[in-house]
Ligand binder design. Structure first.
Ligand code: CMP
Length: 140
């Protein structure tokens, strides 16, 4: 099915200057950028976005990392966009990520893991709405 998913290029990858290389991977896989913004998240925004992880031991480190610098946030659209993006990203822990995936190629650690992607279609709708007004996703 034609889907949309939320993608975040995290502070480590933005600092490494690989936004374009990561966008090229999305595009070559048939995913279209239909919304995008660069943003330096506030602590409140990062905590709200990752609210499902609030009780996890890594929550504070995750929030600190996500507010350590600007991120690129985009909506990707395409056939099976949620799964396709997860395949492009590779495993959460870059040490376990398959060769040729974004995390294998650009990430350093499970915390600084270059990208985030929605894990399911329902999550994607919520995550997209968290960062984008309907008027900011194209075509409107
Ligand atoms: P992300 O897809 O953005 O969702 C939550 C993030 O928490 C995850 O990527 C990792 O960067 C980070 N994280 C740190 N430790 C863990 C862990 N043990 N399990 C899952 N995610 C972790």
């Amino acid at each position: 099915a034609l889907e949309r998913t939320l993608s975040i290029i995290k502070p480590d990858a933005v600092a490494k200057n690989v936004v374009g290389e990561i966008y090229a991977r999305f595009e070559k896989a048939g995913l279209k950028v239909v919304a995008a913004k660069m943003k330096h998240l506030s602590r409140k925004e990062a905590e709200g976005f990752y609210a499902v992880h609030r009780e996890r031991p890594f929550f504070n480190a995750l929030v600190e990392f996500m507010i350590s610098g600007p991120v690129m946030i985009q909506v990707l659209q395409g056939e099976n966009a949620v799964l396709k993006n997860r395949e492009l990203m590779g495993a959460t822990n870059p040490k376990e990520a398959a060769k040729g995936t974004i995390r294998a190629d650009f990430a350093e650690s499970i915390d600084a893991n270059a990208v985030h992607g929605s894990d399911a279609a329902e999550t994607a709708a919520n995550e997209i709405a968290y960062f984008f007004a309907t008027t900011e996703v194209f075509p409107r």
